[in-house]
Ligand binder design. Structure first.
Ligand SMILES: *Cc1c(COP(=O)(O)O)cnc(C)c1O
Length: 432
């Protein structure tokens, strides 16, 4: 469920007409819904209630301070992948002792920072990293709490760029090797083996790969926990969201219909996994990113031009791949709807941005209502892996971001000024 819907002819986010936000803040504009973030967090949290658990929001999906603050307020922990993300958590009032630190390339500085901040666990991806963590912990006279990421070699059947749990991927340590690695890790100084972690991929809409992975890994966790005294087992993130039928899925009725069958709900996820997890008697960590933020955000853009060629109807908008790279990067689908609802026939259209790349598009051959210059469009389900992947390519400033809560709205990232784009740059001393 989410909080983007038409009220009469106007697209609303919660109780705010998005056209009013556009008037005030311009475009391109990211709009986030507090109620959707809260609803998704709460549903997952309640579904997992039968086991001791901690949700660690994967903030790489959306690390806006206000988004972090909303989730921290609901009791969320965080999955961070850099010192920058840990610093953001702290800046937003998050608790480092509820943070896990993932990623294959942690630097010594990052490890030291995480240990000083009292991280819950460093999730280790290689033996070289184990050695490094031990060395840093000895130097700082600290005990480093760690989990090792197992690669269960389960194909999540998702897009190649977001599958992570097979031996083709750079992540984790092979299932067959991991017990030996734990045994060696146990001998390293200043290391505390606190748990085991896995994450098989993203945008999974079927529970089967999750179940397969947990079925395969749970007995391993049990053996390792007996030996090393674990606190937790992290089953990762990856719960998929609705992209195709995004607008309709805001409506409760949609969820009882046929289309919702292909979608993974927290209840269905928990029903399959809780019986496998509960006997372990460990704290279960979840690291959802997209599930919490994806449907919570929309990218709003203005139609600048319509360009008709012999073959195509191009709708040229003021947002671009620097604002939302998912279609170019992952071939992603985002539902596109006008801020003011249109009636009448649709036209097969390509929605493209102004950047000088053929990859700068949001949709190809998409049936869209007839729109013209000055109309506004919303790209739905853009709250995850949207703004966070923003760049200044083509010297375009970063988009503004607004958070809506009920009738209230607030700018949670102001639009970047042009001079800020080159603010870090300078001329060389020999240049006039
Ligand atoms: C990206 C990532 C997540 C979150 O993935 P989603 O598909 O957004 O839920 C969780 N854990 C790890 C280790 C990740 O790299």
């Amino acid at each position: 469920m989410h909080s983007f819907r038409y009220v009469g002819k106007e697209l609303f986010c919660e109780d705010v007409a998005i056209s009013a936000l556009v008037k005030k803040h311009g475009t391109p504009l990211y709009v986030y819904s507090d109620a959707t973030l809260t609803d998704h967090f709460t549903k997952l949290d309640q579904a997992l209630a039968p086991v001791d658990h901690m949700i660690c929001f994967a903030m790489k999906s959306n690390s806006n301070l206000a988004v972090i603050r909303t989730l921290a307020g609901l009791g969320s922990g965080f999955d961070v992948v850099s010192a920058g993300e840990l610093a953001r958590t702290i800046a937003a009032g998050g608790d480092p002792s509820k943070c896990v630190f993932a990623g294959v390339g942690k630097t010594e500085e990052e490890i030291a920072y995480a240990l000083k901040q009292g991280i819950y666990s460093l999730n280790v991806e290689s033996e070289a990293e184990l050695q490094r963590i031990s060395k840093v912990a000895v130097r700082l006279k600290k005990i480093a709490p760690i989990a090792i990421r197992v690669n269960p070699n389960i194909d999540a059947h998702t897009h190649a760029k977001i599958t992570t749990g097979t031996y083709e991927n750079k992540f984790g340590i092979a299932f067959e090797e991991i017990e030996k690695v734990y045994a060696r890790a146990a001998k390293l100084p200043n290391i505390r083996l606190r748990g085991l972690q896995m994450h098989i991929g993203s945008q999974l809409t079927d529970v089967a790969p999750f179940r397969k992975a947990v079925e395969k890994v749970a007995p391993l966790v049990e053996r390792l926990s007996r030996k090393h005294g674990f606190d937790f087992f992290s089953i990762g993130g990856g719960i998929g969201i609705v992209y195709q039928d995004a607008l309709a899925s805001g409506n409760a009725a949609w969820w009882s219909g046929a289309k919702a069958k292909g979608i993974l709900t927290p209840a269905a996820y928990a029903a399959e996994l809780v019986p496998l997890l509960r006997p372990l008697g460990l704290k279960i960590l979840l690291e959802p990113g997209r599930f919490l933020t994806g449907n919570s955000g929309a990218l709003v853009t203005r139609v600048e031009y319509i360009k008709r060629t012999g073959k195509k109807n191009f709708v040229i908008v003021d947002a671009a791949m620097n604002d939302l790279i998912r279609p170019a990067f992952y071939d992603s689908y985002h539902e596109i709807v006008p801020l003011t609802r249109k009636t009448g026939a649709t036209i097969s259209s390509d929605v493209v941005g102004p950047i000088c790349e053929s990859g700068d598009y949001f949709a190809k051959d998409r049936p869209l209502p007839k729109v013209g210059e000055g109309d506004y469009l919303a790209l739905l389900s853009a709250g995850a892996y949207g703004s966070v992947m923003g760049s200044n390519y083509n010297s375009r400033g970063l988009a503004a971001e607004v958070l809506v809560k009920g009738r209230k709205s607030a700018v949670v990232r102001r639009r970047q000024e042009l001079s800020e784009i080159w603010g870090l740059e300078s001329k060389a001393p020999w240049q006039k």
